[in-house]
Design a protein around this ligand. Structure first.
Ligand code: THU
Length: 157
């Protein structure tokens, strides 16, 4: 028998002003996208923006549906679009901003699984910045840090 444990380091910033210009800009894009969220059912507006290796910044927001389970989180709306249109351009930093709460919101399980899929395909971690109405920001080193013992393509072989 062997007992193992899992932990990861992350950083908490009290304000976006503590971030470098690139990260600040990415969060601004996520906030802008959050204002365009289609969230008539939850009124919970989430924006996401990704920085690609080429320098492009692309954003998206949550898209809800009268049939509630059909709704898609901001992270997956964005990552599906980005991978469909720029599959070779690595995703380096993903910023997520929740407009309607002061507490840190973290990606749901489906979004964590999605982030990990793209980390695996590009063989590179995606830094995740979590921003909320209070202005604080968490920087998490990767999607896989958020989903220990996850299922991925290797699990299938
Ligand atoms: N939501 C996101 O877009 N991203 C998250 O990280 C958490 C939740 C959305 C889904 C739904 O439209 C609304 O927020 C309430 O759950």
């Amino acid at each position: 028998m062997e007992k193992l444990s899992f932990s990861f380091d992350y950083t908490v910033y009290d304000s976006v002003d503590e971030l470098d210009e690139t990260r600040k800009k990415l969060i601004e894009k996520a906030v802008e996208a959050g204002h365009k969220a289609y969230a008539p059912y939850s009124s919970f507006h989430v924006g996401a923006a990704v920085l690609l290796e080429s320098g492009k910044m692309i954003s998206g927001s949550n898209q809800e549906n009268a049939s509630y389970p059909v709704g898609i989180c901001a992270e997956r709306t964005l990552l599906s679009f980005v991978h469909a249109n720029h599959p070779e351009d690595k995703k380096t930093i993903l910023a997520v901003s929740v407009l309607d709460t002061d507490s840190a919101a973290s990606p749901c399980g489906l979004c964590r699984q999605t982030i990990i899929e793209y980390e695996n395909v590009q063989k590179q971690s995606i830094e995740i910045l979590l921003h909320n109405r209070s202005g604080s920001v968490l920087s998490i080193p990767s999607g896989s840090a958020l989903l220990p013992l996850h299922f991925d393509s290797e699990s299938l072989s």
